[in-house]
Write a protein that binds this ligand. Structure first.
Ligand code: GAP
Length: 447
């Protein structure tokens, strides 16, 4: 079966069954929009983060990393426009009190209230079926808290809704300490929080998310070419670094009424999620919106001195922003395959080997044969020392072990059997073809 038929239920079930993602506080019934990553989910997401960091920071000469606080001075979010403008449109049902995202209900990407009022004219409440909806209105998605012992207006602070905020406020610190010249970028991986009206589709739309963002500071005259470069970077990263099929990706250009309050242009890469093609990765032209606004509100001069022209200018920013959860979900959906081999059905995650939570699984053919277990332990330790992510698996018969390892995407399973004791060779079974070959222990140790 082709992986285009994968349903969200298949993915949710695999994630729970194999320890990728669990419902947060599951034993208390969970909490909508919050998820915990299990042992394999952590392995996979760490690899995605490491791959992104390497491509965007380590492999570049002029992109620097930061790790800002989740809670910042609330003035930051006034300056960024989030306190006034980080809103989603919602409608309430006057009959049953249910609250819905107006754009989702209207089946549009537009967040324009006039347009939504027109589209929602004849709509009924999806919960109770009554045609008794309020007019759409905007709702701020920032999560609030209080800093310090007194819970009043003066102590209100926000959990950051995007990681970008502390990149802008650290722009000058990074420029100065790294002696950076335009163009240069600042990247960050971290949690962000959004009080989404309707979290949904598993880890696709959540209230606590992790973002990987990079702001590239430039002179305005190269905004178009730089925008294109970062669009290309995102596409290359998904297809080459992560091995996602091009047929599962498409571009989506934001119409004016769809763009965030800070963006002059925005192109998303949509992924073919089980529910439909949806946003995975955004490239935005934020112009000088953020730095200008921070200058105005903070009173600090954030202009850049151009040594060539001897002029001061406020840099423009091209932003590359992707959600880690959405990336992980895309990688799982893209890799998920159900197929029949020699009359037997199997689920297999055809992950790029470098991304698989475990590079090898090592098994003794029989777990009650001391000689086999000892030899298998020796091979396991040697591979673990070399690769780190190697798993020991002696649970159930060999067929069951292969099925389990296929489901978590382990590229190769190594079995130590009686022949190993005679000629020091082992069986290596390939995840994708299921073919087995015998190789020398010394060869696999050096692989
Ligand atoms: N700094 C720009 C910014 O935050 P965004 O389009 O609001 O832009 C960027 O978010 C990325 O973060 C999205 O493309 C998506 O991958 C991820 N994202 C946004 N909201 C999310 C949510 N509620 N749940 C999961 N991921 C989300």
């Amino acid at each position: 079966m082709s992986n285009t038929k994968v349903s969200m239920e298949d993915i949710v079930s695999l994630c729970k069954r194999r320890g990728f993602v669990f419902q947060a506080s599951e034993i208390y019934g969970g909490l909508a929009g919050f998820w915990d990553y299990g042992p394999l989910g952590v392995e996979l997401s760490n690899k995605l983060k490491a791959e992104w960091w390497k491509a965007i920071v380590t492999d570049k000469d002029n992109v620097f990393g930061v790790d800002g606080a989740v809670i910042q001075n609330p003035k930051l979010w006034e300056a960024s426009g989030h306190v006034a403008g980080f809103t989603d449109p919602l409608v309430d049902c006057k009959n049953c009190g249910a609250r819905h995202r107006a754009d989702h209900l209207a089946g549009t990407d537009s967040t324009d209230l006039v347009e939504l009022t027109r589209l929602l004219k004849d709509k009924t409440c999806p919960k109770c079926g009554k045609k008794d909806l309020t007019k759409p209105r905007t709702y701020n998605m920032m999560m609030k808290t209080w800093v310090g012992p007194v819970e009043d207006e003066s102590s209100v602070a926000y959990l950051r809704p995007e990681t970008a905020g502390s990149i802008f406020t650290n722009y000058e610190n990074v420029r100065e300490t790294m002696r950076a010249k335009l163009p240069f970028g600042v990247a960050q991986i971290g949690k962000a929080f959004r009080n989404e009206i309707s979290p949904r589709d598993f880890i696709f739309r959540v209230r606590e998310l992790e973002q990987m963002e990079m702001q590239y500071f430039i002179k305005p005259d190269i905004q178009e070419s730089t925008y294109q470069e970062w669009r290309d970077f995102a596409w290359q990263f998904l297809t080459k670094n992560l091995g996602i099929k091009e047929s599962n990706l498409q571009w989506h250009e934001h119409a004016e009424n769809e763009r965030a309050h800070y963006a002059a242009a925005a192109h998303d890469i949509y992924f073919n999620y089980p529910q439909s093609f949806k946003e995975l990765w955004g490239t935005h032209n934020r112009t000088d919106y953020d730095l200008s606004s921070h200058q105005k509100i903070s009173g600090k001069d954030l202009r850049y001195f151009d040594e060539q022209t001897k002029e001061r200018l406020t840099p423009y920013v091209i932003e590359s922003s992707v959600g880690l959860g959405r990336m992980l979900l895309a990688v799982l959906v893209d890799a998920y395959t159900e197929e029949e081999i020699k009359g037997e059905k199997r689920v297999v995650l055809k992950l790029k080997p470098e991304l698989a939570p475990y590079r090898f699984a090592v098994s003794p053919l029989l777990k009650n044969k001391q000689e086999l277990v000892e030899k298998a332990r020796e091979v396991y330790q040697a591979l673990k020392k070399k690769h780190g992510n190697v798993v020991w698996d002696d649970n159930g018969n060999i067929g069951k072990r292969y099925r389990r390892q296929d489901e978590i995407g382990t590229p190769e399973c190594i079995v130590i059997d009686f022949q190993t004791l005679e000629d020091d060779t082992i069986t290596v079974r390939d995840r994708d073809t299921t073919n087995q070959k015998r190789v020398k222990v010394s060869d696999i140790k050096e692989s």
